[in-house]
Design a protein around this ligand. Structure first.
Ligand SMILES: O=C(CO)[C@H](O)[C@H](O)COP(=O)(O)O
Length: 269
């Protein structure tokens, strides 16, 4: 098997295992992530539907245009997040979604993740935030001790096109010491680069920038190793015009990694 096929097989195994563990007839609302690994989750959902193992009233909440197409093509029913009732109105839990299965670009030892390689992280974060459980699926190349050490394309940051140059300049002046911003433990650096770089993501086969499903631009912000994901997420989020940051700190409850030898690892924080 070619190395590309081995990676695809690893992604598929992780996706199938996560769906098998988390999706049964008791699941009423399911979040569907975006990207190439999630395609295999949709493949497994189609099989389960044929076997009569899904809830007949199952609603699927998409995280992007691509994800909505996957839902429709799988013969499942798509629902918008704000059209759903909360699962348990009597409790403080505001979740509308039982479980969301999504891909990731890098996942650290505590299951903090970088997402947004496909530019869908705004809706992905909204859906994750409204989910009782966020389950990540990936091949083992994404499994990392420290964010920023494997995914070297920068943190995807969705920004307003109205001020992208100003936002870029401001992000490039972010101080590496979280101490300067009072956001994390004194003396500890949130990230390693002295001079972060923010690059406007360019479209392929179209001149000009990537325009997200929400009509915004994406800056890919390289900061080196991310020692304190929450502090970096907060630092970036504070810049006016930043719409969403592709760091998901403390959101995932489980991550499934497919290995090249065909084995699968499931990790919890
Ligand atoms: O966050 C995402 C899209 O915004 C994807 O989930 C992430 O980029 C992983 O994609 P893939 O499964 O193709 O590696």
């Amino acid at each position: 098997m070619s190395s590309a096929n081995i990676i695809e097989q690893a992604k598929r195994s992780a996706a199938f295992a996560a769906v098998d563990k988390h999706v049964d007839s008791t699941v009423r609302v399911l979040g569907i992530g975006s990207g190439s690994t999630v395609v295999y989750a949709a493949e497994r959902l189609v099989q389960l539907k044929k076997e009569g193992k899904l809830n007949p009233d199952l609603l699927c909440v998409p995280t992007s245009f691509q994800s909505k197409q996957l839902i429709v093509e799988a013969g499942l029913r798509a629902a918008d997040l704000d059209d759903l009732p909360v699962l348990d109105p009597e409790s403080a839990d505001f979740s509308s979604i039982d479980v969301t299965i999504d891909g990731a670009d890098e996942v650290d030892a505590k299951l903090n993740a970088i997402k947004g390689g496909g530019g869908a992280h705004l809706r992905e974060k909204l859906v994750a935030n409204a989910s009782r459980k966020l389950v990540l699926i990936a091949d083992s190349r994404k499994d990392s001790e420290t964010l920023g050490t494997k995914w070297d394309k920068g943190i995807p940051v969705e920004v307003s096109p109205l001020a992208w140059r100003t936002i870029k300049r401001q992000l490039e002046r972010m101080a590496p010491l979280s101490r300067a911003h009072g956001l994390a433990k004194a003396e500890s650096a949130a990230f390693s680069f002295d001079h972060p770089q923010a690059v406007l993501r360019q479209a392929v086969r179209k001149a000009g920038p990537v325009v997200t499903d929400n009509g915004n631009f994406i800056l890919d912000v390289s900061v080196g190793s991310i020692y304190d994901p929450l502090a970096v997420e907060q630092l970036i989020k504070m810049v006016p015009g930043v719409i969403e940051v592709g760091i998901f700190s403390g959101m995932a409850k489980e991550a499934w990694f497919g290995n090249e030898d065909g084995s699968i690892v499931c990790r919890e924080p």
